[in-house]
Design a protein around this ligand. Structure first.
Ligand code: KG4
Ligand code: ZN
Length: 330
Protein backbone atom coordinates (compact mmCIF):
# COMPACT_ATOMS: atom_id res chain seq x y z
CA UNK A 1 0.00 0.00 0.00
CA UNK A 2 1.37 3.44 -0.84
CA UNK A 3 1.64 6.07 1.81
CA UNK A 4 0.34 9.12 -0.06
CA UNK A 5 -3.05 10.84 0.21
CA UNK A 6 -4.42 13.44 -2.18
CA UNK A 7 -6.32 16.11 -0.23
CA UNK A 8 -8.95 18.43 -1.70
CA UNK A 9 -10.29 21.50 0.13
CA UNK A 10 -13.00 23.76 -1.33
CA UNK A 11 -15.05 24.73 1.73
CA UNK A 12 -14.80 28.48 1.23
CA UNK A 13 -12.91 30.72 -1.19
CA UNK A 14 -9.69 28.79 -1.85
CA UNK A 15 -9.34 25.87 -4.23
CA UNK A 16 -6.66 23.76 -2.61
CA UNK A 17 -5.09 20.40 -3.46
CA UNK A 18 -2.15 18.70 -1.74
CA UNK A 19 -0.25 15.43 -1.63
CA UNK A 20 0.92 14.38 1.82
CA UNK A 21 2.47 11.23 3.29
CA UNK A 22 1.62 9.70 6.66
CA UNK A 23 4.60 11.42 8.33
CA UNK A 24 3.00 14.77 7.58
CA UNK A 25 5.53 15.49 4.84
CA UNK A 26 3.95 17.69 2.16
CA UNK A 27 4.95 16.54 -1.34
CA UNK A 28 3.03 19.39 -2.95
CA UNK A 29 0.41 21.94 -1.98
CA UNK A 30 -1.32 24.17 -4.51
CA UNK A 31 -3.79 26.89 -3.54
CA UNK A 32 -5.73 28.85 -6.10
CA UNK A 33 -6.91 31.94 -4.24
CA UNK A 34 -10.12 33.80 -5.07
CA UNK A 35 -9.25 36.97 -3.15
CA UNK A 36 -9.43 39.04 -6.35
CA UNK A 37 -12.91 37.68 -7.12
CA UNK A 38 -14.32 38.66 -3.71
CA UNK A 39 -12.32 41.73 -2.74
CA UNK A 40 -14.61 44.11 -4.61
CA UNK A 41 -17.56 42.95 -2.46
CA UNK A 42 -15.85 43.00 0.95
CA UNK A 43 -16.85 39.37 1.57
CA UNK A 44 -17.52 36.07 -0.14
CA UNK A 45 -20.31 35.59 -2.67
CA UNK A 46 -21.16 31.84 -2.62
CA UNK A 47 -22.21 31.75 -6.28
CA UNK A 48 -18.97 33.39 -7.44
CA UNK A 49 -16.94 31.13 -5.16
CA UNK A 50 -18.51 27.97 -6.63
CA UNK A 51 -17.91 29.17 -10.19
CA UNK A 52 -14.26 29.92 -9.44
CA UNK A 53 -13.84 26.45 -7.86
CA UNK A 54 -15.31 24.79 -10.98
CA UNK A 55 -12.80 26.61 -13.19
CA UNK A 56 -9.76 25.89 -11.07
CA UNK A 57 -10.27 22.48 -9.45
CA UNK A 58 -8.94 20.17 -12.20
CA UNK A 59 -5.96 22.39 -13.11
CA UNK A 60 -5.14 22.54 -9.38
CA UNK A 61 -5.26 18.72 -9.06
CA UNK A 62 -3.00 18.39 -12.11
CA UNK A 63 -0.57 20.99 -10.79
CA UNK A 64 -0.33 19.22 -7.40
CA UNK A 65 0.44 15.88 -9.11
CA UNK A 66 3.00 17.48 -11.42
CA UNK A 67 4.81 19.37 -8.67
CA UNK A 68 5.10 16.23 -6.54
CA UNK A 69 5.95 14.10 -9.58
CA UNK A 70 3.33 11.59 -8.47
CA UNK A 71 1.04 9.50 -10.70
CA UNK A 72 -2.56 8.74 -9.66
CA UNK A 73 -1.72 5.03 -9.28
CA UNK A 74 0.75 5.93 -6.51
CA UNK A 75 -2.01 7.44 -4.32
CA UNK A 76 -3.55 5.42 -1.50
CA UNK A 77 -6.75 7.45 -1.07
CA UNK A 78 -8.42 10.79 -1.69
CA UNK A 79 -9.52 12.93 1.28
CA UNK A 80 -11.98 15.74 0.60
CA UNK A 81 -13.52 18.37 2.90
CA UNK A 82 -17.16 17.44 3.42
CA UNK A 83 -18.09 20.37 5.70
CA UNK A 84 -18.67 22.68 7.42
CA UNK A 85 -18.52 25.30 4.70
CA UNK A 86 -20.41 26.85 1.80
CA UNK A 87 -22.48 24.04 0.33
CA UNK A 88 -22.05 25.09 -3.31
CA UNK A 89 -18.27 25.29 -2.83
CA UNK A 90 -18.08 21.97 -0.96
CA UNK A 91 -20.02 20.23 -3.72
CA UNK A 92 -17.38 21.11 -6.31
CA UNK A 93 -14.63 19.45 -4.25
CA UNK A 94 -16.75 16.45 -3.25
CA UNK A 95 -17.98 15.75 -6.79
CA UNK A 96 -14.45 16.07 -8.14
CA UNK A 97 -13.10 13.68 -5.49
CA UNK A 98 -15.84 11.13 -6.17
CA UNK A 99 -15.23 11.34 -9.93
CA UNK A 100 -11.47 10.95 -9.53
CA UNK A 101 -12.00 8.09 -7.07
CA UNK A 102 -14.16 6.22 -9.60
CA UNK A 103 -11.79 6.90 -12.46
CA UNK A 104 -8.64 5.99 -10.54
CA UNK A 105 -10.24 3.25 -8.43
CA UNK A 106 -9.29 4.92 -5.14
CA UNK A 107 -11.05 5.16 -1.80
CA UNK A 108 -12.65 8.60 -1.20
CA UNK A 109 -13.02 9.80 2.39
CA UNK A 110 -15.03 12.85 3.49
CA UNK A 111 -13.11 14.87 6.09
CA UNK A 112 -14.42 17.43 8.52
CA UNK A 113 -12.73 20.77 7.83
CA UNK A 114 -12.15 21.41 11.55
CA UNK A 115 -10.41 18.06 11.94
CA UNK A 116 -8.08 19.23 9.20
CA UNK A 117 -7.25 22.41 11.15
CA UNK A 118 -6.81 20.39 14.36
CA UNK A 119 -4.14 18.26 12.62
CA UNK A 120 -2.39 21.16 10.87
CA UNK A 121 0.23 21.59 13.63
CA UNK A 122 1.65 18.17 12.69
CA UNK A 123 2.47 19.16 9.12
CA UNK A 124 6.18 19.15 8.39
CA UNK A 125 7.32 19.57 11.97
CA UNK A 126 7.75 17.83 15.26
CA UNK A 127 4.62 15.88 16.27
CA UNK A 128 2.17 17.39 18.73
CA UNK A 129 2.47 15.79 22.17
CA UNK A 130 -0.88 14.54 23.49
CA UNK A 131 -2.85 15.20 25.60
CA UNK A 132 -3.05 18.75 24.28
CA UNK A 133 -5.11 21.86 24.82
CA UNK A 134 -6.00 23.20 21.42
CA UNK A 135 -7.30 26.65 20.58
CA UNK A 136 -8.99 26.76 17.18
CA UNK A 137 -9.44 30.28 15.85
CA UNK A 138 -10.68 30.48 12.26
CA UNK A 139 -13.09 32.51 10.18
CA UNK A 140 -15.96 30.13 10.89
CA UNK A 141 -15.19 28.80 14.38
CA UNK A 142 -13.62 29.59 17.73
CA UNK A 143 -13.24 27.01 20.46
CA UNK A 144 -10.99 25.41 23.05
CA UNK A 145 -10.72 21.64 23.08
CA UNK A 146 -8.86 18.94 24.99
CA UNK A 147 -7.35 16.33 22.69
CA UNK A 148 -6.25 13.05 24.28
CA UNK A 149 -4.98 11.85 20.92
CA UNK A 150 -5.17 13.03 17.33
CA UNK A 151 -8.70 11.63 17.04
CA UNK A 152 -10.16 12.02 20.53
CA UNK A 153 -11.54 15.50 21.00
CA UNK A 154 -13.47 16.95 23.93
CA UNK A 155 -14.95 20.37 23.35
CA UNK A 156 -14.33 22.66 26.34
CA UNK A 157 -15.96 25.88 25.21
CA UNK A 158 -16.80 27.67 21.99
CA UNK A 159 -18.04 31.08 20.95
CA UNK A 160 -21.64 31.97 21.73
CA UNK A 161 -21.81 34.28 18.74
CA UNK A 162 -19.15 35.45 16.24
CA UNK A 163 -15.84 33.71 15.61
CA UNK A 164 -12.56 35.59 16.13
CA UNK A 165 -11.76 35.59 12.39
CA UNK A 166 -15.20 36.95 11.52
CA UNK A 167 -14.73 39.70 14.13
CA UNK A 168 -11.36 40.65 12.61
CA UNK A 169 -12.96 40.72 9.16
CA UNK A 170 -15.87 42.93 10.31
CA UNK A 171 -13.62 45.33 12.23
CA UNK A 172 -11.37 45.40 9.14
CA UNK A 173 -14.32 46.47 7.04
CA UNK A 174 -15.22 49.21 9.58
CA UNK A 175 -11.64 50.47 9.26
CA UNK A 176 -11.87 50.53 5.46
CA UNK A 177 -9.51 47.58 4.99
CA UNK A 178 -9.63 44.91 2.26
CA UNK A 179 -11.04 41.40 2.81
CA UNK A 180 -9.84 39.31 4.62
CA UNK A 181 -9.45 41.80 7.44
CA UNK A 182 -7.23 39.73 9.76
CA UNK A 183 -3.75 40.39 8.33
CA UNK A 184 -4.62 44.04 7.50
CA UNK A 185 -5.94 44.73 11.04
CA UNK A 186 -2.75 43.18 12.45
CA UNK A 187 -0.56 45.44 10.32
CA UNK A 188 -2.53 48.56 11.29
CA UNK A 189 -2.48 47.55 14.96
CA UNK A 190 1.31 47.32 14.95
CA UNK A 191 1.42 51.07 14.18
CA UNK A 192 -0.99 52.17 16.93
CA UNK A 193 -1.33 52.48 20.69
CA UNK A 194 -3.88 50.32 22.55
CA UNK A 195 -5.25 53.44 24.25
CA UNK A 196 -8.99 52.69 23.94
CA UNK A 197 -10.64 50.41 26.47
CA UNK A 198 -12.92 48.03 24.54
CA UNK A 199 -14.92 45.39 26.48
CA UNK A 200 -13.66 41.86 27.13
CA UNK A 201 -16.93 39.85 27.23
CA UNK A 202 -17.14 36.70 29.40
CA UNK A 203 -13.54 37.23 30.44
CA UNK A 204 -14.02 36.02 33.98
CA UNK A 205 -16.39 33.11 33.42
CA UNK A 206 -15.70 29.61 32.08
CA UNK A 207 -14.24 28.60 28.75
CA UNK A 208 -16.84 30.05 26.41
CA UNK A 209 -16.21 33.08 24.24
CA UNK A 210 -18.26 36.00 22.94
CA UNK A 211 -17.10 38.56 20.41
CA UNK A 212 -20.21 40.32 19.12
CA UNK A 213 -20.19 42.87 22.00
CA UNK A 214 -16.58 43.78 21.21
CA UNK A 215 -17.41 44.18 17.52
CA UNK A 216 -20.42 46.46 18.28
CA UNK A 217 -18.37 48.49 20.70
CA UNK A 218 -15.70 49.16 18.02
CA UNK A 219 -18.49 50.20 15.64
CA UNK A 220 -20.07 52.56 18.23
CA UNK A 221 -16.68 54.08 19.01
CA UNK A 222 -16.02 54.82 15.32
CA UNK A 223 -19.49 56.36 14.90
CA UNK A 224 -19.19 58.54 17.99
CA UNK A 225 -15.63 59.75 17.50
CA UNK A 226 -15.01 62.97 15.53
CA UNK A 227 -11.43 62.11 14.54
CA UNK A 228 -10.92 58.38 15.04
CA UNK A 229 -7.29 57.23 14.92
CA UNK A 230 -7.63 53.94 13.04
CA UNK A 231 -4.23 52.61 14.12
CA UNK A 232 -5.17 53.04 17.80
CA UNK A 233 -8.58 51.45 17.26
CA UNK A 234 -6.94 48.43 15.60
CA UNK A 235 -4.31 48.16 18.37
CA UNK A 236 -6.95 48.40 21.12
CA UNK A 237 -9.19 45.86 19.39
CA UNK A 238 -6.31 43.39 18.96
CA UNK A 239 -5.32 43.85 22.61
CA UNK A 240 -8.88 42.98 23.74
CA UNK A 241 -8.92 39.87 21.54
CA UNK A 242 -5.51 38.77 22.81
CA UNK A 243 -6.50 39.20 26.43
CA UNK A 244 -9.63 37.08 25.93
CA UNK A 245 -7.85 34.29 24.00
CA UNK A 246 -4.89 34.11 26.37
CA UNK A 247 -6.95 34.26 29.61
CA UNK A 248 -9.24 31.45 28.41
CA UNK A 249 -6.32 29.34 27.17
CA UNK A 250 -4.58 29.86 30.51
CA UNK A 251 -7.66 28.62 32.36
CA UNK A 252 -7.94 25.55 30.10
CA UNK A 253 -4.23 24.73 30.53
CA UNK A 254 -4.58 25.00 34.31
CA UNK A 255 -7.68 22.79 34.35
CA UNK A 256 -6.49 19.86 32.18
CA UNK A 257 -3.30 17.78 32.29
CA UNK A 258 -1.94 18.81 28.89
CA UNK A 259 1.57 18.21 27.57
CA UNK A 260 1.23 20.82 24.87
CA UNK A 261 -0.66 23.93 23.83
CA UNK A 262 -1.66 24.08 20.16
CA UNK A 263 -3.18 26.99 18.22
CA UNK A 264 -4.66 26.41 14.77
CA UNK A 265 -6.92 28.18 12.23
CA UNK A 266 -6.47 31.36 10.20
CA UNK A 267 -6.10 33.68 13.21
CA UNK A 268 -3.13 31.57 14.38
CA UNK A 269 -1.28 33.49 11.63
CA UNK A 270 -1.50 36.61 13.81
CA UNK A 271 1.97 37.68 15.02
CA UNK A 272 0.42 39.20 18.16
CA UNK A 273 -1.27 35.89 19.04
CA UNK A 274 1.96 33.95 18.37
CA UNK A 275 3.91 36.28 20.66
CA UNK A 276 1.33 36.14 23.48
CA UNK A 277 1.05 32.35 23.20
CA UNK A 278 4.84 32.03 23.44
CA UNK A 279 4.80 34.11 26.66
CA UNK A 280 2.01 31.98 28.15
CA UNK A 281 3.67 28.67 27.31
CA UNK A 282 6.93 29.90 28.83
CA UNK A 283 5.15 31.02 31.98
CA UNK A 284 3.42 27.62 32.33
CA UNK A 285 6.42 25.68 31.06
CA UNK A 286 4.40 23.84 28.44
CA UNK A 287 5.30 22.98 24.86
CA UNK A 288 3.76 25.33 22.28
CA UNK A 289 2.86 23.90 18.86
CA UNK A 290 1.93 26.32 16.11
CA UNK A 291 1.56 25.39 12.46
CA UNK A 292 3.71 27.53 10.16
CA UNK A 293 1.63 30.48 8.92
CA UNK A 294 0.88 28.89 5.52
CA UNK A 295 -0.67 25.85 7.24
CA UNK A 296 -2.73 28.03 9.65
CA UNK A 297 -5.04 29.38 6.96
CA UNK A 298 -7.09 27.03 4.78
CA UNK A 299 -5.10 24.46 2.81
CA UNK A 300 -5.50 20.90 1.54
CA UNK A 301 -2.40 19.44 3.23
CA UNK A 302 -4.21 19.42 6.59
CA UNK A 303 -7.17 17.62 5.00
CA UNK A 304 -4.83 15.00 3.52
CA UNK A 305 -3.13 14.47 6.90
CA UNK A 306 -6.47 14.08 8.71
CA UNK A 307 -7.39 11.43 6.10
CA UNK A 308 -4.68 9.14 7.52
CA UNK A 309 -6.50 9.17 10.89
CA UNK A 310 -9.58 7.77 9.15
CA UNK A 311 -7.58 5.22 7.17
CA UNK A 312 -5.81 4.02 10.33
CA UNK A 313 -9.02 3.80 12.34
CA UNK A 314 -10.90 1.87 9.68
CA UNK A 315 -7.94 -0.50 9.36
CA UNK A 316 -8.40 -1.45 13.01
CA UNK A 317 -12.21 -1.49 12.64
CA UNK A 318 -12.76 1.02 15.43
CA UNK A 319 -15.88 3.19 15.44
CA UNK A 320 -15.67 6.16 13.14
CA UNK A 321 -14.48 9.24 15.04
CA UNK A 322 -17.70 11.25 14.63
CA UNK A 323 -19.55 8.96 17.01
CA UNK A 324 -17.18 9.73 19.87
CA UNK A 325 -17.34 13.48 19.64
CA UNK A 326 -19.14 15.88 21.90
CA UNK A 327 -19.22 18.83 19.51
CA UNK A 328 -22.35 18.86 17.41
CA UNK A 329 -20.96 19.97 14.07
CA UNK A 330 -18.00 17.60 13.82
O1 KG4 B 1 -8.94 29.06 8.92
P1 KG4 B 1 -9.25 30.05 7.88
O2 KG4 B 1 -8.27 30.23 6.75
O3 KG4 B 1 -10.64 29.79 7.23
C1 KG4 B 1 -11.73 29.27 7.94
O4 KG4 B 1 -11.79 28.05 8.12
O5 KG4 B 1 -12.55 30.11 8.37
O6 KG4 B 1 -9.45 31.43 8.64
C2 KG4 B 1 -9.73 32.61 7.96
C3 KG4 B 1 -9.76 33.73 8.96
C4 KG4 B 1 -10.22 35.06 8.37
O7 KG4 B 1 -11.24 35.57 9.18
C5 KG4 B 1 -8.97 35.92 8.42
O8 KG4 B 1 -9.25 37.30 8.60
C6 KG4 B 1 -8.23 35.35 9.60
O9 KG4 B 1 -8.45 33.96 9.51
N1 KG4 B 1 -6.80 35.63 9.54
C7 KG4 B 1 -6.14 36.38 10.45
C8 KG4 B 1 -4.82 36.49 10.01
N2 KG4 B 1 -4.69 35.78 8.84
C9 KG4 B 1 -5.93 35.27 8.58
N3 KG4 B 1 -6.58 36.97 11.57
C10 KG4 B 1 -5.69 37.67 12.30
N4 KG4 B 1 -4.41 37.83 11.94
C11 KG4 B 1 -3.93 37.26 10.81
N5 KG4 B 1 -2.66 37.45 10.45
ZN1 ZN C 1 -10.54 26.83 7.81
Amino acid sequence: MSDIVLGIETSCDDTAVALVNSNGQVLSSVISSQIDVHNAYGGIYPEFAARAHILSILPTVNEALLRANIKPEQIEAIGVTRGPGLISSLLVGINTAVGLGLGWNKKVIGINHLRGHLRSADLEQQRVEYPAIILLVSGGHTFLAYMESSVNIKLLGSTRDDSVGETYDKVGRMLGLDYPGGPAVDRLASKGNPSISFPRPLLKTGLEFSFSGLKSSVSRYIDSCKKPVYEDIAASFVQSVMEILIKKSHLALKSYPAKSFVIVGGVAASPQLRAEAAKLSQELNIQLSLPPIHWSTDNAAMIALATFDYLNLSMFKEPIPELQLTISDF
